[in-house]
Design a protein around this ligand. Structure first.
Ligand SMILES: Nc1nc2c(ncn2[C@@H]2O[C@H](COP(=O)(O)OP(=O)(O)OP(=O)(O)O)[C@@H](O)[C@H]2O)c(=O)[nH]1
Ligand SMILES: [Mg+2]
Length: 451
């Protein structure tokens, strides 16, 4: 007997050795297929949804492959919305390989990356932004990004987008009603009311779009460049933050040449730190390239720790040079080596010692506030962190601005109606109510196999 192609399988736990591995089978024939290789006290065909069965996986020749626990989910009460079975076996890659080979022999296909979640989407278990959140949840590398993915999976983005769509539908139905009665010259909505409504939706879109700066750094991490004159203690601070002797530290100015990039999670936020060469005039060919890279790091960073020390004092010239390369709001002026006896000096944003750790907590607080603002995730409500969503929202805004132009120029309702409909479609793409194969493939191809 050959099972239908639309039943798929994949190992859904990480590859390698572990206590348990899990193989998922999903599709119309999943229960009967697993039943063919499963030997337990009773057949799976009668197992109710959400039930567990203990038994053995046995080959056609009668060889016992493993003791397993099988979970049975019946449509629509499963992750994919289809009949599904999950086989929990011992976590040896040879066992999982042999069990999946038995399933392939029955005609069951290997799942593509993201195929289970894609099916969940197609079966209406999740909308598209929630399906994307599943991937983000799995790959989140800090508590903050986990929280963001959680909110998206819980539908915060979806419900915000849906409420905007509702406002749009109400507005465009007024315009379309007027179109229906165009010949009778009835005005259902005056243009000033229409303009007010559209402006209001644009305002809401702007609010949502403005959360992206926050959402992006939370999701992808904050790029922080450590820059300053030579010998001020940039590498010492990097090492202190990483709690390891990562970068060479010496009292010779010009120690660091290449950029050293390391990641660290501090207080739930992921930071990507770039230790750079001290910026100064130099004839040394290698150092010249190092300094060029330091300037480049300033340009690319979300935040700049401009490090100075109490010995050399704060370099006003270098501050000016750096502020020409980036937005001044991104610069945090740090005064290092406060453990050394010093007289009162120019004011910095924060005073620290990379040697004793003094002031480091204040530096953390400042970094977090500069990166994320003072509001926490829970206070923010819906936060956009996904570039695709951001682009759809921007497109919706452009459509609405065109509608507004048409209103202001007293163009016929038909023009306004088209732009409003386009805006609605742009929003519908976020939740996947309108989508194409290309969009879907592009999203799910970035998933891992088994999700
Ligand atoms: N007393 C004291 N010394 C420090 C502190 N931070 C760094 N130093 C010393 O300052 C010197 C320079 O430190 P580095 O971390 O190599 O400085 P850097 O800014 O990376 O220097 P370059 O790579 O040359 O640009 C070393 O001798 C460090 O031990 C500090 O907080 N207190
Ligand atoms: Mg250094």
């Amino acid at each position: 007997m050959n099972f239908k192609e639309d039943t798929i399988t994949a190992i859904i736990t990480p590859p390698g050795v572990g206590a348990i591995s899990v193989i998922r089978v999903s599709g119309k024939d999943s229960i009967s297929a697993v039943d063919r290789i499963f030997s337990g006290t009773s057949s799976l065909s009668k197992a109710p949804t959400h039930s567990l069965k203990y038994g053995k996986i046995v080959t056609a020749e009668g060889e016992i492959l493993d003791d397993v626990v099988v979970s049975v989910f019946r449509s629509p009460h499963s992750y994919t919305g289809e009949d599904s079975v999950e086989i929990s076996c011992h976590g040896n890659p040879n066992i999982t390989r042999r069990i999946t080979e038995l399933l392939y022999d029955l005609g069951i296909k290997n799942a593509e990356p993201g195929e289970f979640t894609k099916r969940a989407f197609l079966n209406g278990k999740l909308d598209l932004s929630q399906a994307e959140a599943v991937m983000e949840l799995i790959s989140a590398r800090s508590d903050a990004s986990l929280k963001g993915a959680r909110n998206q999976l819980d539908g915060l983005i979806s419900s915000k987008v849906n409420s905007l769509r509702y406002m749009l539908v109400n507005t465009s139905s007024l315009v379309e009603l007027e179109l229906d009665f165009a010949e009778e010259d009835i005005e259902f909505v005056d243009h000033s009311e229409l303009i007010k409504r559209i402006t209001n939706i644009i305002h809401e879109l702007d609010n949502l779009l403005s959360t992206y700066a926050f959402g992006r750094v939370v999701r992808d991490g904050v790029n922080v460049a450590l820059v300053g004159q030579p010998n001020v203690g940039k590498s010492s601070l990097l090492n202190y933050l990483l709690k390891e002797y990562r970068a060479i530290v010496s009292s010779i100015p010009g120690t660091t040449r290449d950029i050293i990039r390391e990641e660290v999670v501090i207080d739930g936020v992921l930071y990507r730190l770039f230790d750079t060469a001290g910026i100064r005039e130099t004839q040394d060919e290698i150092e010249i390239e190092g300094v060029r890279r330091s300037r480049e790091a300033v340009t690319n960073a979300d935040l700049i720790l401009f490090i100075n020390d109490v010995v050399q004092n704060i370099s006003v010239d270098l501050y000016e040079e750096i502020s020409k390369l980036t937005d001044e709001k991104k610069i945090i002026v740090v005064l290092n080596k406060v453990d050394i006896k010093h007289s009162s000096l120019l004011k910095a944003d924060v005073a620290i010692s990379a040697k004793t750790g003094e002031g480091i907590n204040a530096l953390f607080d400042l970094l977090k506030e500069k990166a994320l603002g003072s509001e926490s995730y829970s206070e923010k409500g819906a936060v956009v962190s996904n570039l695709r969503h951001y682009n759809c929202l921007k497109r919706a805004k452009t459509n609405l601005e065109a509608a507004l132009d048409s209103c202001n120029n007293n163009l016929s309702g038909e023009f306004i109606a088209v732009d409003l409909r386009n805006a609605e479609n742009s929003l519908a793409e976020i939740t996947g109510e309108i989508t194409t194969d290309d969009i879907l493939n592009n999203i799910f191809m970035h998933f891992c196999i088994g999700k």
